[in-house]
Design a binder for this molecule. Structure first.
Ligand code: ACM
Length: 746
């Protein structure tokens, strides 16, 4: 018995030594990574008798700290007796609007900041570091100075597609604050439900805050009808003005500004179902856009915005502006009269007329208008700020016109899949692993220093069509929002995904302690083949969402076992090699087996003649894309998938007539965002580049109605044939996007 006990002690020692997560993280493990940080030996111990001192200006930050330490540490008026001391910095210390200094020694925690916001960020650094400790009564010593890269660091939440309670909004804000986000963009109104009490128009909440179906997809596919408040099966809800004010105050105490979004002129089906006189048709359930030629529209929107401004003190008021359908306006007498009277060129200018009106109204009340990048299309109001979501181009245009911009393109859309969609709960589409969020750079190339000043920052967007519960929101938000927090706060030159992944490992403890249903780093492996043109070999690296797990792999097509080669660093392969890899824990396999074929094939580096042009929206590596030896991943945004709106038609010049044994080409299928396979792929050969003969034509059986992400490799085996020119044709029969990558020739 005793011997067994000793064995247990020895085993548990080894078990601990093997644990991958750091037990007791240091200040240098904070996320976002601080500007300057020196870890020091020793600990500060939180003991109830230790007191907190703060100058008047920082009282709120000191109270917040006392409260978060469970009231154990009292506030004192005597600076010399206190163990936790806040000090106001002079402007010479250059801590700015949000920076802080923190000195944690065994005797004392010294917090220095120029503003209460800076002091609040220091408080959250202390709290974050405390959550990362096995023993939360001790804080490791360190000296740090920390200032943000961007002044706008946002997280958005769509509460229209699904409604979430006040308690959850507060939890969301708590997490944002711990990771130094400073703006909560609250998407309060949209077709699936109006979510804010407006006293002048009670029908907005009694009639338009509830719908017939709980599940958004079911509601969307059926009549898209609303229910009355009180109907037993009505799904929805709204925030009273008192609740919204409470959230504003709660956020403000945590250094977070709440920006409300009231959608106009589109995404307003719910308003127009209840107030059809504000739509072009005048009938309920006909339009999603306000009638811009109707003076009543302006009265309504100004009334709503007046109440909104009385609840939300934020400088910015978000007016949406995205995805408005211009059709109703083009057929509406009132809108067409307005267009003529005002000399508006097209329907984008009709939309801009309304947005400009609202900007003047907000400005007259001391506020600023912010909207999605569609507000650029018909001409921007003088002082509008733009949220660029359809890529970065709308934002770049706005910056060139001297406007402020928040960059929030696809890399910040946390509603996309974070791992292989086949393994995930249904999401809206796309593929955005945490590494892509982390590597997102909000500042586009080519801006001048002055233009760069207009780039305010970035924001994570959470649209909730496929997030029916708070659990699912958390699953999609965390930990990817930690990656964007670092993009938004930390210096660009600090960006290192490997180091982030190492630090992230310590933060799962915090997320667990706060009962966050975060996405667990999966057993999903990515096997990357990077051609080395000098060596004429592929460099193979295996990436994991986990930090340095035990990866075993094979190169002979067999399934890896616990005895297979251990992956330690990238290795090289020649020709065509099938690689299989899996994670092992305690001798057993975890998750699935990943596989990839690394081809150093014969068309690598050969010239491709483009008989039809790719789409400028997805140029990938342009003329090099299809024969660069690098395969497109699960995402068409990875700059390896060449996008087509026309037919696909290319010719590869192999430089001399030679035997060709096989040719293949791969396409993506993702109907959600309109990505389809070609109708068929035809292979042709030629010796002179002029006369081509068809070798083979292949069709496929993919169903365009099937929403799931899929891939089709068209493979042609052509033994005993010779050619110099290889032509591949794939007609774009669905008239959507086609994405193609890597033509493999042997
Ligand atoms: C948006 O994603 N429609 C702004």
């Amino acid at each position: 018995m005793k011997r067994l006990f000793i064995l247990f002690i020895i085993l548990s020692f080894f078990y601990k030594a093997e644990a991958q997560y750091p037990v007791g993280a240091k200040a240098s493990d904070l996320i976002p990574k601080p500007t300057l940080c020196n870890d020091l030996p020793g600990f500060f111990e939180f003991q109830p008798e230790k007191t907190i001192y703060a100058p008047q200006e920082f009282t709120d930050a000191a109270n917040l700290l006392a409260e978060q330490l469970n009231g154990g540490n009292k506030i004192t008026g005597q600076a010399n007796k206190a163990a936790i001391v806040f000090t106001k910095a002079s402007p010479n210390e250059k801590l700015g609007a949000e920076g802080y200094k923190l000195n944690i020694s065994p005797e004392k925690i010294a917090i220095t900041a120029e503003t209460v916001l800076g002091a609040t960020h220091a408080v959250f650094s202390i709290l974050q570091l405390r959550f990362l400790q096995a023993d939360q009564s001790k804080l490791p010593c360190a000296v740090l100075t920390d200032t943000p890269r961007f002044g706008y660091r946002g997280m958005h939440l769509d509460v229209s597609r699904n409604f979430f309670p006040v308690s959850f909004i507060k939890k969301y804000i708590d997490l944002m604050a711990l990771y130094k986000y400073n703006t909560f963009h609250w998407h309060l109104t949209d077709g699936p439900g109006w979510r804010l009490e407006i006293r002048k128009y009670p029908e907005l909440t009694s009639e338009a805050a509830f719908r017939t179906h709980q599940k958004w997809t079911e509601w969307w596919k059926t009549g898209r009808k609303y229910s009355h408040e009180g109907d037993p099966t009505a799904y929805g809800g709204y925030y009273t003005q008192q609740e919204a004010r409470d959230i504003v105050a709660y956020a403000s105490k945590r250094g977070i500004t709440v920006i409300p979004e009231i959608e106009m002129p589109g995404h307003s089906d719910e308003v127009l179902a209840v107030f059809p006189e504000l739509s072009c048709s005048g009938k309920p359930y006909q339009n999603g856009e306000f009638c811009i030629g109707n003076p009543k529209t302006y009265t309504f929107l100004e009334d709503v915005l007046s109440e909104v401004m009385s609840i939300f003190p934020s400088t910015y008021i978000h007016v949406g502006g995205d995805e408005a359908n211009t059709k109703a306006w083009s057929q509406c007498e009132k809108c067409q009269k307005l267009k003529k009277d005002q000399g508006l060129k097209d329907e984008h200018e009709v939309q801009a007329y309304l947005i400009k009106h609202m900007e003047k109204f907000l400005k007259a009340h001391g506020r600023k208008l912010i909207g999605w990048d569609e507000i650029v299309d018909g001409g921007l109001p003088a002082d509008a700020t733009v949220m660029s979501w359809r890529g970065m181009s709308g934002g770049i245009k706005a910056i060139q016109q001297g406007h402020d911009v928040v960059m929030t393109p696809g890399e910040t859309y946390l509603d996309a899949y974070q791992s292989d969609p086949a393994t995930q709960p249904e999401a809206i589409g796309g593929y955005l692993p945490i590494s892509r969020v982390y590597n997102f750079e909000p500042v586009p190339e080519g801006l001048t220093n002055d233009q760069e000043k207009h780039l305010l920052g970035t924001q994570a967007n959470l649209w909730t069509e496929y997030m029916p519960t708070t659990y699912q929101v958390e699953y999609m938000a965390w930990p990817r929002a930690l990656a964007l927090a670092e993009v938004a706060w930390s210096k660009k030159e600090f960006r290192n995904f490997d180091d982030f992944q190492r630090r992230l490992n310590a933060h799962y403890l915090l997320l667990q302690r706060l009962n966050v249903n975060y996405y667990r780093p999966s057993g999903f492996l990515t096997i990357l083949a990077q051609p080395d043109y000098g060596k004429q070999q592929n460099k193979i690296s295996i990436q994991s969402e986990q930090y340095k797990p035990e990866i075993r792999y094979t190169t002979d097509g067999t399934v890896p076992t616990a005895e297979s080669a251990l992956y330690a660093e990238p290795f090289y392969t020649s020709g065509r090699t099938e690689i299989k890899a899996a994670i092992f824990k305690s001798g057993g396999q975890e998750g699935g087996v990943a596989s990839n074929v690394a081809d150093y094939h014969r068309a690598i580096g050969e010239k491709v003649i483009f008989n039809k042009q790719w789409s400028d929206s997805y140029p990938a590596q342009k003329e090099l894309t299809l024969t660069n030896g690098v395969r497109g991943s699960l995402s068409y945004g990875d700059k390896q998938w060449l996008g087509y709106l026309e037919d696909f038609d290319v010719t590869i010049d192999m430089e001399s007539v030679q035997p060709i044994s096989s040719v293949s080409v791969k396409f993506m299928h993702q109907p959600g965002p309109g990505v389809f396979l070609p109708g068929y792929v035809e292979l042709q050969f030629s010796d002179d580049g002029k006369t081509f003969t068809t070798v083979q034509k292949q069709t496929h059986d993919f169903n365009p109605e099937n929403k799931e992400l899929g891939f089709k490799t068209f493979e042609f085996s052509c033994s005993n044939q010779q050619a110099r020119y290889i032509r591949l044709i794939g007609p774009n029969v669905m008239k959507g996007f086609m994405f193609v990558d890597e033509i493999v020739v042997y």
